[in-house]
Structures are given as structure tokens and as C-alpha cells.
Design a protein around this ligand. Sequence first.
Ligand SMILES: *[C@@H]1O[C@H](CO)[C@@H](O)[C@H](O)[C@H]1NC(C)=O
Ligand SMILES: *[C@@H]1O[C@H](CO)[C@@H](O)[C@H](O)[C@H]1NC(C)=O
Ligand SMILES: *[C@@H]1O[C@H](CO)[C@@H](O)[C@H](O)[C@H]1NC(C)=O
Ligand SMILES: *[C@@H]1O[C@H](CO)[C@@H](O)[C@H](O)[C@H]1NC(C)=O
Ligand SMILES: *[C@@H]1O[C@H](CO)[C@@H](O)[C@H](O)[C@H]1NC(C)=O
Length: 413
Amino acid sequence: MDTLSIFDRKWKLCTFASLIICFNIILLRLTNLQKLHDAFLILASTSNNYLTSENGELLKPLTYNETGKCNVFEGRWVYKPTGNPLYQASKCPFLSDQVSCRRNGRPDFEFEKWSWEANDCQIPRFDAIDMLERLRGKRVILVGDSLNRNQWESLACLLYSAIPSSRAHVDFREGSYKVFKAKDYNTSVEFYWSPFLVQLHSNKESGTRVLRVDKLDGSSRHWQGADIMVFNTGHWWVHRGKFKAWDILQYHRKLIGKLMDDTKMESAFEIAMKTWANWVEKNVNSTRTTVFFRSISPEHKGENWCFNETKPIKDESSYVPVFPKPLVETVERTITGIKTQIRYLNITKLSQYRIDAHPTVYTTKKDKQLIKSKLKTPEITADCSHWCLPGLPDTWNRLLYASLVLDGSGEEH
Ligand SMILES: *[C@@H]1O[C@H](CO)[C@@H](O)[C@H](O)[C@H]1NC(C)=O
Ligand SMILES: *[C@@H]1O[C@H](CO)[C@@H](O)[C@H](O)[C@H]1NC(C)=O
Ligand SMILES: *[C@@H]1O[C@H](CO)[C@@H](O)[C@H](O)[C@H]1NC(C)=O
Ligand SMILES: *[C@@H]1O[C@H](CO)[C@@H](O)[C@H](O)[C@H]1NC(C)=O
Ligand SMILES: *[C@@H]1O[C@H](CO)[C@@H](O)[C@H](O)[C@H]1NC(C)=O
């Protein structure tokens, strides 16, 4: 026997031994994995921190990815050919004409099949019953303009369609206040009309409309004590011409006249945001209340015109922002600058892609369906600011829910 073949045999033996060791390690690993998997199942049934994704897989604890918190607002739209909206419009009798695109004759439904997915983690599946459970005995308020009304309608429909209609109470006829109640949960979701958050009032004698940047809207006395608050403002500050809702600004005793350049407008907005922030500091107890601020909902006008669009924008650089950046910066500065923790529903970018999701001409104006009353051209009438429902605001609420699940809300139960 030469040395080479001895070496060869030893080598084979060695390889064989290593294989056995490897095999054992794999076996051990597998049993451990099985144990781990079982443990996950147990946790999944006992702890709310373990959840399933859209396709039912078990997920890691959702609060963190490997490095820290997950930003659910950074991601992409994924087309789901068999995707269904989270509720049927027909099951939601109080859905307004303004946003009931199907009812108003919109022929294409592809816009309902896109799902927002985050880059760094899986967003928990929206579960209306779980959300109601989390909101048991609580009051949710949405305060702001028609875009927050859009979000309220979406949230009310999401929750309403999950319970028997006899167990719900919805009051939606008034413009300034709307409420959805789930009787078995003692939960209410309210909407307060307050497009500036600060006070707008008409002088009785002169009829002059005064916007008081140093004083919060009168409805603020009803905001107090809510458990979850979702604010927005911005759109009405930049309205021009016949859409401008105020004539003069008032700051304490000082009146600021009609002629406003953009810089003055921006400082007025900054003061108003400060007024709001002071109210939050004074009236919100963070142990009990979770405060959200929803970022600007983008419009698709001018170069981004929404008419006839049936697919989301693919390339984000092709969107030309219309909303003034300084106002966005003011909002972000205000909410990060105050002591009370404010959660930012940063939905602007994800909504910018959705040029296909506006009502366009499938809306109503003065109780007339635009598509039937071919009175005016779409250039003038198409609504490229609000959103069809079911539709995009359901995603905003899905992320609101995700935030409650991922980061908890107010007191723990
Ligand atoms: C975790 O999330 C953060 C924030 O979204 C992100 O920067 C980071 O890349 C993510 N890490 C992994 C491994 O996904
Ligand atoms: C229902 O919730 C409200 C707060 O939203 C609370 O004040 C009230 O006590 C609750 N009622 C019951 C019967 O739990
Ligand atoms: C905030 O709420 C908690 C729990 O309800 C309470 O214990 C605490 O005293 C409150 N803090 C203030 C400053 O009111
Ligand atoms: C909108 O689409 C219709 C039908 O495809 C077409 O006839 C019309 O020219 C389009 N209008 C514009 C402004 O793109
Ligand atoms: C909101 O999102 C935009 C774009 O995704 C980002 O540039 C901005 O920094 C975010 N703002 C905050 C306060 O996180």
C-alpha cells in the first residue's frame, strides 16, 4: 500500500465523518426551526405583536426589522390582478356621491387593484375587527378639510362593513360633523370640519371673513379627550381667487390686509401651526391620546392632469409637485418641534403615484353626475384632488392601523 492510497482512504473517512456531522447539524437545526415555528404559532395566538401578512405567512415581531423601526411610507405599488377592495361600495350606504366613482359610472376598476407594500417590512393585513377591538371604548377624531372627510368616509366604511349594520350608527348628513359608532365596541369615529384648524369667522356687519391665526377653531372644545386624533390642513391656505375662503388675517389685535404675498402667507401658516401645536401641548395627555398629522394629499392638475388616467405613475420624477414646499416644511418642523409626540402619516409620496385614483368626471357637482350632464369640459370639472372610494384613502387608513399595531396606541390593554 503506498502512502498515497492511505492518504486517500483517510481523506474519504474524514469526508464521510464531516458529512455525518453536517447532517446532524442540519437535523438539529430543523428540529429547532420546528420548535421556533411552534413557538411563533403560540405567540401568534397570544400576542398581538405577531401577525400574519396578506398571504397568511407568519411574520417576525412587527415593531422592528433587523435595524430598527420600519418606515411603512417608503415602498411601491404592486398590481394584484385578483385583488379586491377592502369593502364593497354598495355595502356602505353613506358613501358620498362625490367619491362613489362606480356609482357615478366610472367604467374601469383596475385602480382598485393596487396594493401598497413597504420596502423594509411587511405591512400588517388590515383587520377591521382587530382594529375595533383596539378601539374599544375609544373615540377617534379626524379633523381637517375635505381630504380628511375622504379619509373619514374610508375609515367608517372599512369598519362599518365588518359588523352587522344593526350594530352600527352613522350620522353623516351634516357637513361640519359626522360620526360612525360601533355599538358593541363603544367606539366612535368622528369627523370635524375645520379646514384651517384655526378659526374662520365672518364679521356680522361688514361680512368680512376673518381668519384668526392665533385662535383655534371653535370645534376644538369637542376634540378634547379623544383617544386618537388625526389632523390635516394645508389645502385651503393656498386657495386663490373665488376659492379663497378669507378676506383678512387676524393675529391678536393686528389685522393683516387683503394683499398677501407668498412669504406673508407662509408666516401666517407657521403661526397657525404654532397655535395648533400649543393647543396639543396643553390639551393632550400622551399617556391616553395618540396624535397623528396627515401630510398633504397631492393633486394631479396641470402637468400631472388626472383625466383619463387608469394606471399609477411609474416614474416618480415625472410628477411635478403643485403644493408649496415651504408649507410642508412648516408642518414637519412644527410636529417634530413640540414635546408631545406626533405621528406623521407621511402619505404624500405614495399618493403622488396614484394619478389613476381620483374621481375625475365620475363625481357629482351640485347633485348632478358630471358624466351625464355634459355641460362643461373636463378641463374645468374633473376632480383631481379627492379620491375614489373604495380607493387610496383605504391605504392611508391601512397605514394608520399599521401604526397602531406596530407602535401601540396610548394606554396598553
Ligand atoms: C429597516 O428599516 C429601516 C427604516 O425603514 C431601513 O433603513 C433599513 O434598511 C431596514 N433594514 C432592513 C434589513 O430591511
Ligand atoms: C364608552 O366610551 C366612552 C369614551 O369614548 C366612555 O366615556 C364611556 O364610559 C364608555 N361607556 C361604556 C359603557 O363603556
Ligand atoms: C395623563 O393620563 C394618565 C392616565 O390616564 C394619568 O395617570 C395622568 O395623571 C395624566 N397626566 C396629566 C398631566 O393629566
Ligand atoms: C380620453 O379617453 C377617451 C377614450 O379613450 C378618448 O376618446 C379621449 O380623447 C381622451 N381624452 C383626453 C383628453 O385624453
Ligand atoms: C416624508 O416622506 C418624504 C418622501 O418619502 C421624505 O422626503 C420626508 O423626509 C418624510 N418626512 C418626514 C418628517 O419623515
